[in-house]
Design a protein around this ligand. Structure first.
Ligand code: FAQ
Length: 313
């Protein structure tokens, strides 16, 4: 079949909301876009464990420690599903990790900020997971089958994470003046990085037009950002806390919250590797990966031994 016919057929399938599966024909650019987005998404889940891991040994109670540990473990699971989904596109896990270590692959900008207090565990769960959910609920409808199915399971777990974060914020907001101040400080530091997670404005987004046409993305960066802002402001009011944006107000005409211009210089600086934590995050990942080499080798040797036994049985 001619390439143009294949392309037309492919687009017809997308328009009819039929999922594309690993063995189906797909344009090379569709494959490359998915390899980039899904692997970056996986890296975000894995690197995203680091800021929270910082507080595991200092959680204020056994209950909060157990919950935080379970949440971080969930993020590891999400990373693994996503690597598996990305591998169905023909790239091996080792290659994804190499691109991450060499700085060729990105991960979400938000994980390059430091976690300075226990309240940051609340702000990450409430705001960062909250933003991730808005994006991922939309991605459940993505056109690539393995990515879409991974999103369904991940979203169920993320909604617990968001509530875990909100619970920490609610406890601190209802606590002593010092605890309330800690919660406020965490919002002040995490609000803008959470807003930036949605990526550049639609007019500046290099990939959006093609990704929307191929239904890799179902909604634009700005549409998702606005949905997150609208729902989160209401929750913040409920906590009795404020947001670090003097221009934030409900626009009576649009019924959406207007907000101040985003500091894109800060965003691109972080994305290019110069944020407060980029180098530390990658250094730590490389060390953990190297330290785990013997575990991977032992697991592989064990699997090979089992296979030999099965064959000779
Ligand atoms: N950080 O043309 P667009 C989580 C890059 S999961 C860094 O708009 P696209 C769970 C973008 O890659 C959070 N880079 O790109 C958790 C591109 O550069 P490239 C992760 C960013 O792909 C919670 C360039 O800018 N979620 O948090 C960012 O169409 C708590 C131009 O941008 C996902 O990854 C950014 N924020 O749209 C875990 C969701 N934004 O690659 C632990 C899946 C943009 O050409 C604890 N991904 N860039 O060199 C997506 O939905 C999309 O990829 C977007 C970007 C919306 C992120």
């Amino acid at each position: 079949m001619e390439n143009q016919d294949l392309l037309n057929q492919f687009q017809q399938k997308i328009d009819a909301d039929i999922k594309i599966e690993p063995k189906d024909w797909m344009p090379d650019k569709y494959r490359q876009t998915l390899i980039r987005q899904i692997s970056q998404h996986a890296h975000s889940e894995i690197i995203g464990m680091q800021p929270e891991g910082n507080w595991l040994t200092r959680a204020p109670s056994l209950r909060s420690k157990k919950i935080l540990m379970a949440k971080i473990q969930d993020e590891a699971g999400h990373g693994l599903y996503l690597y598996c989904a990305a591998e169905t596109l023909g790239v091996k896990r080792e290659q994804f990790l190499q691109w991450l270590h060499e700085g060729k692959a990105k991960y979400s900008s938000v994980f390059n900020y430091p976690t300075l207090s226990w309240a940051d565990m609340g702000a990450i769960g409430w705001l960062v997971d909250g933003a991730a959910i808005v994006n991922q609920v939309s991605l459940q409808g993505t056109s690539y089958g393995p990515y879409s199915r991974a999103m369904v399971k991940i979203c169920m777990e993320e909604s617990f994470h968001q509530r875990q974060g909100f619970e920490i914020m609610a406890q601190l907001a209802a606590g002593t003046a010092e605890q309330k101040e800690m919660a406020q400080d965490a919002i002040n530091r995490w609000w803008w990085p959470s807003i930036m997670m949605f990526g550049p404005h639609d007019s500046e987004s290099a990939h959006s037009n093609q990704s929307l046409k191929w239904r890799i993305k179902r909604e634009s960066n700005d549409a998702l950002r606005q949905r997150f802002i609208d729902k989160t402001i209401e929750q913040g009011h409920h906590l009795g806390l404020t947001f670090p944006d003097p221009k934030l107000h409900l626009n009576k005409e649009t019924q959406h919250y207007d907000y101040s211009p985003i500091n894109w210089d800060e965003f691109w600086n972080v994305v290019k590797g110069n944020g407060p934590g980029n180098k530390r995050r990658i250094r730590h990942h490389i060390k953990a990966h190297d330290d785990g080499k013997w575990v991977r080798e032992a697991a592989k040797a064990y699997a090979e031994k089992i296979n030999v036994k099965k064959k000779s049985a």
